[in-house]
Design a protein around this ligand. Structure first.
Ligand SMILES: Cc1cc2nc3c(=O)[nH]c(=O)nc-3n(C[C@H](O)[C@H](O)[C@H](O)COP(=O)(O)OP(=O)(O)OC[C@H]3O[C@@H](n4cnc5c(N)ncnc54)[C@H](O)[C@@H]3O)c2cc1C
Length: 377
C-alpha cells in the first residue's frame, strides 16, 4: 500500500460496494475490499444488467440514474468485459388500451425528460426487427443500456487492481461481524481500520448490530427469472411489456388506470416482462416480486410459463429451451429514497437499499456517498 494514501475499507463486493471501491480509489484512497463469500453471488450477479433510466421517478431518482448511466458509459469504454451496450429499450403494447396509455404518456413532459418517444408497429419493427409479434406500438427510450451482470464485478475488480497497483486489494471470505469507530471486525476477529469505511452488504442489511435500528427503513424483495438457450434472432434493444408501466414510477403521470386489470398470474406474482439478450444470444427473461418474508425456497413454474408466453407473443417466434432459472433478493428503501446512506459508527457508512435500480444507479450512489462523507465529488 502507498504509505501516504488515506485508507478506505469497503465491505461487500456487489455492485454498490464495487462502485464505492472505484470512486474511493479515484479519490486517492488505498482500498481494502472485503467480501464474505468466495466470490459475490448476490443480487448484482443475478440481475438483467439493465441500466434502466426510462422507469425512474422524476427528481432525485432520475438525476441519479442519468449521472450513473453517463458513468457506466465512461467506464464501459475502458472495461470492454462489461459489454456496455447503449441499445435503448422498447416498452411494447399488445392491445389498443396499452397503445392509448403509451401515446398519451409520450405527449407528456415526463416522456421528453427521458427521451421517450412512441413508435408505430412498423417503426418498432424497423428499430428492432426481432420484435415480430402482433403488437400495437411501443415506447422507445434511447437512454436505456445494458451491461453483463455475470462479468461486471470481476471485470471492475480487475480494472481496479490494474489501474492502481498495490492500492486496491480484494479479500474474499472475509465476513464482517461488527463495527467500531472507523473500523470493521471480521469473523476471524481481525480489525480493519481506515479513514473511511463503507458497508455495502445488500440484503444482509440487518446483520451488524450497529445497523439493526435502520432495518425498519428497509425491506427485502425476492424475484424470479430465467435465461434461454441462444435465440436465433438479434434483439437490437431491450424489451419490456406494458405491465412495467404499472410498476415504474416514471409512468405515474400516464393514465395507467386505462390499462385495465392485470391478469391473475400477473397480480399473484407482481409480474412484468423484461427481456434482455446476452452476447451469446440467450434471453434473460423476468420477473416476479414477492414482498413477504419468509420467502418460498422453491422456484415456481407458473410465472415462467406466463413470461414465456408474453415473450413469444411480442417476438412472434418460438423461444429456445430455458437453460437456467434463479431467484434473487434485493434490499429496498420503504420510503422511496434512492438508497439508504447512514453513518452507523464514526466514519462507518452503511449504503444499501437501492431496490430494483441498484445496477443502474450504483455509480452515482457511490459518488454521492463520497460527497456525504465530505470528500469532493
Ligand atoms: C433478479 C434481480 C433482477 C434485477 N435487475 C436489475 C436490473 O436489471 N437493473 C438494475 O438497475 N437493478 C436490478 N436489480 C437490482 C440490483 O441487482 C440490486 O439493487 C443491486 O445488485 C444491489 O447491489 P448490492 O451491492 O447492494 O447487493 P449485493 O449484490 O447483494 O452485494 C452485497 C454483497 O455483500 C456481501 N456481504 C453481505 N454481508 C457481508 C458481510 N457481513 N461481510 C462481508 N460481505 C458481506 C454479499 O456476499 C454480497 O456479495 C435486480 C435485482 C434482482 C434480484
Amino acid at each position: 500500500m502507498t504509505p501516504s494514501a488515506p485508507k478506505a475499507v469497503v465491505v461487500g463486493a456487489g455492485i454498490v460496494g464495487t462502485w464505492h471501491a472505484l470512486e474511493l480509489l479515484d479519490a486517492g484512497f488505498a482500498v481494502e475490499h472485503l467480501e464474505a463469500d468466495a466470490a459475490p453471488v448476490g443480487a448484482s450477479v443475478r440481475n438483467f444488467g439493465l441500466v434502466w433510466v426510462s422507469g425512474r421517478r422524476s427528481g432525485a431518482e432520475l438525476d441519479v440514474a442519468r449521472r450513473a448511466r453517463a458513468r457506466w458509459e465512461e467506464i464501459g469504454a475502458q472495461v470492454p468485459d462489461l459489454a456496455f451496450r447503449p441499445c435503448g429499450s422498447l416498452t411494447v403494447a399488445t392491445t389498443a388500451a396499452e397503445r392509448a396509455v403509451m401515446t398519451a404518456f409520450a405527449k407528456l413532459p415526463d416522456a421528453t425528460a427521458r427521451a421517450i418517444t412512441f413508435l408505430e408497429p412498423d417503426e418498432v419493427h424497423a428499430c428492432n426487427p426481432a420484435v415480430g409479434g402482433d403488437i400495437t406500438g411501443a415506447l422507445y427510450c434511447e437512454l436505456d443500456a445494458v451491461v453483463e451482470p455475470r462479468l461486471a464485478l470481476g471485470a471492475l475488480r480487475a480494472h481496479l487492481a490494474a489501474r492502481a497497483p498495490g492500492r486496491y486489494r480484494f479479500h474474499a471470505g472475509r465476513r464482517v461481524t461488527a463495527t467500531a469507530p472507523r473500523t470493521v471486525i471480521d469473523a476471524a476477529g481481525t480489525p480493519w481500520e481506515a479513514d473511511l469505511v463503507v458497508v455495502a452488504t445488500g440484503a444482509a442489511y440487518d446483520h451488524l448490530p450497529a445497523a439493526a435500528a435502520l432495518s425498519a427503513r428497509l425491506r427485502r424483495v425476492r424475484l424470479q427469472m430465467f435465461e434461454t438457450e441462444p435465440f436465433r434472432g438479434h434483439l437490437t434493444t431491450s424489451v419490456a411489456d406494458a405491465d412495467t408501466m404499472r410498476y415504474y414510477p416514471a409512468y405515474e403521470s400516464a393514465p395507467r388506470h386505462e390499462l385495465g386489470e392485470q391478469n391473475r398470474v400477473g397480480v399473484a406474482h407482481h409480474l412484468q416482462l423484461l427481456l434482455v439478450q446476452r452476447p451469446d444470444g440467450g434471453l434473460t427473461i423476468g420477473d416476479t416480486h414477492a414482498y413477504s418474508e419468509p420467502f418460498d425456497f422453491a422456484l415456481c413454474e407458473e410465472p415462467t410459463a406466463e413470461l414465456l408466453a408474453r415473450a413469444r407473443r411480442i417476438l412472434g417466434a418460438e423461444l429456445p429451451a430455458v437453460r437456467r432459472r434463479w431467484e434473487g433478493v434485493y434490499a429496498e428503501c420503504t420510503d422511496g429514497a434512492v438508497c439508504l446512506r447512514e453513518q452507523i459508527d464514526d466514519g462507518v457508512w452503511l449504503v444499501t437499499g437501492p431496490g430494483g435500480r441498484g445496477m443502474t444507479c450504483s455509480p452515482a450512489i457511490a459518488r454521492d456517498t463520497l460527497a456525504a462523507a465530505g470528500l469532493a465529488a
